[in-house]
Design a binder for this molecule. Sequence first.
Ligand code: ZN
Length: 313
Amino acid sequence: MERIVVREVGLRDGLQMLTSWPTTVQKQAWMHAEYDAGVREIEVCSFVPAKLMPQFADAAEIVRFARGFDGLIATSLVPNLKGAQLAAEAGVHKINFVISVSESHNLANVRRTHRESVGQLREIVAMIDGLPKEQRPEIDVGLSTAFGCSIEGRIAPEAVFVLAEEVAAADVDGITLADTVGYADPASVACLCEEMLRRFPQLPIAIHLHDTRGLALANAVSAYQTGIRIFDGSIGGLGGCPHAPGATGNVALEDLVFMFEMMGVSTGIDLPRLLAARSAVAAFVPSGMLGGQLSRAGLPKNYGRAADDRPSA
Ligand code: ZN
């Protein structure tokens, strides 16, 4: 049976836009519920100054808690070297550093040109390399707005490859292609993913889809067909982007898991438990923030048998 990895990003991507957010204890309950459902990689926080984003003021404490789960990979977003140092000190397993392929978006998001962001990435890698081996987190780079951006419009694949080459040369452990504001479609996803896998056969390539215009699941299938096996999502589709007005959330994790399991692709996730986790999280965020389809209709009667009845995808 084919297997994929689904990564929960809601505790970071999902909380960025909220004006009121879960308490530390609620975040812990959220992680617990998803861990119980079988989720084994969670982006748990962002190491940004608390005065800019008070929702992540408890980042170090959240990482400490996440490290208590056996086999859970705790990831954190970092905007710069300082954030990376704090993340490594807190003991994250993986650092996620983001560069927007749209340079205008990068300037709006982190006030840096591409060249400055790649320079910062090299400093982060050097910092990690200087740590004792057992304390070194992995580093993954998210190429956001890889398909398009609300400032620059459509992004040419060539711009992604140029930046990806520089990022790969900095000796990272993985690259994530992010459709931050919903510009991707199944055809553009197929083109970009195929070429990325061809150019970087040694590097894990993941995809981070938002459902801004309703194409996230179709895009996920398209990515899967090219060979992508790592997918981001957030429970209830929570998420957005502070520099992309109107941008709705990530692909709903439960919908993504449901789709792949129905296709005969194993995610390692117990869907009834994931739906229970969604109900728990609904109480932690402002009402009406969670979306997704599966939670409305519930699981179909054939769930769990459908995959056995047909050859794997
Ligand atoms: Zn996102």
